[in-house]
Design a protein around this ligand. Structure first.
Ligand code: FAD
Length: 306
């Protein structure tokens, strides 16, 4: 219930305006965001690379309805990729279709994500298309299918194991050679299309991970859940799949000791590093994932006001 309310709040333009005007909200959000500028993001990338972790950069933004805003975000990604290549960083990019024009037109989104894939290929890296709410799931899968069909073989997407459809998407997309990020899902979806029970979501996670490990694409397992990480490591051993064929992914600022522990154990770890000033919906989804974050945020808010 709380999660559903917060996910709804993450979409409210009015609450976004209120929150972004409160300096303390910005300060608390900084725990999950590398900063507002590309320089901030590249600084965080260098620090994470020095600790043995790869990075994927996310230029924050979503639900864009203005073509010019979508084009500006694409420019930021192209600049990021040039700087990643120039500085020799171990870094890919993650893109949200609705920040790159999906709600304006499919053609615009194809053009912008296609240009990012082409630049990423030139820089020797890959692109993961984030998965947003279920009103965009089919359009996102279709986008990846079209991009791969157009020869962009460095693009894959995230899939969410709370959705009933996901194992079928995994079969279809890995069948085309796409490297997938498996995650539980950060939005609030109705029970006719999504599991609501944690155990069912976790079991579907492991089922989808097994489909990837049994095949021949690179697996990107995005979770901070140590039980799931343990189950995947066991599965990888069972299938004789070494760390060269998969990685664990975590979000910037979340469970940092676990991130380092996995590196020390010889696992590949990639950190998702968001940057930019459109941090509000991303931040509120992080609050929704863990009630303790909300309590911390509210305490900070009250403490500052008192
Ligand atoms: C790299 C990456 C990319 C992602 N991309 C997408 C995407 O494209 N689409 C999408 O819908 N979702 C995405 N997500 C979010 C994901 O779907 C989950 O909402 C999120 O990862 C929480 O699930 P969990 O697997 O960590 O397990 P949980 O069971 O939620 O968490 C396990 C433990 O991790 C810690 N933890 C988890 N979340 C938080 C938090 N916010 N703050 C502090 N501690 C926390 C807690 O200790 C918790 O007990 C992504 C996640 C990661 C790591």
């Amino acid at each position: 219930m709380l999660r559903r309310t917060l996910v709804a709040a993450s979409r409210s333009a009015k609450l976004r305006r209120v929150a972004t005007d409160v300096p303390i909200a910005r300060n608390v959000a900084q725990r999950f965001v590398a900063g507002e500028t590309l320089d901030d993001a590249l600084r965080a990338t260098r620090e994470l690379n020095a600790k043995g972790m790869s990075v994927t950069l996310d230029h924050l933004g979503e639900s864009v309805t203005d073509e010019a805003v979508a084009r500006r975000s694409a420019e930021v990604y192209l600049e990021a990729l040039r700087r990643i290549a120039d500085d020799g960083l171990d870094c890919s990019v993650s893109v949200k279709p609705t920040s790159l024009g999906l709600d304006v037109s499919v053609a615009l989104c194809d053009e912008l994500v296609g240009a990012i894939c082409a630049e990423a290929a030139r820089c020797g890296t890959h692109v993961t298309v984030d998965m947003e709410g279920s009103d965009h799931t089919q359009a996102t899968v279709d986008l990846v299918v079209r991009l791969r069909g157009a020869g962009h073989d460095n693009v894959g997407c995230a899939v969410q194991t709370y959705l009933h459809r996901t194992a079928d998407d995994v079969r279809r997309l890995t069948g085309m050679g796409a490297s997938l990020r498996i995650c539980k899902g950060a939005y609030a979806e109705p029970e006719d299309i999504a599991y609501q029970d944690r155990e069912e979501i976790d079991d579907n996670y492991v089922r989808c991970a097994e489909l990837v490990l049994a095949g021949d694409t690179f697996g990107r397992f995005a979770t901070h859940d140590h039980r799931i990480i343990g189950r995947i490591r066991n599965l990888a051993r069972r299938y004789g799949v070494g760390p060269g064929r998969y990685e664990f992914q975590m979000l910037y600022g979340i469970r940092e000791p676990l991130q380092l522990q996995l590196v020390e154990r010889g696992e590949r770890v990639r950190i998702y590093v968001p940057f930019g000033d459109e941090w509000y919906p991303y931040f509120v989804r992080r609050l929704a994932e863990r009630p303790a974050n909300l309590a911390f945020f509210l305490r900070a808010l009250v403490g500052r006001r008192a």
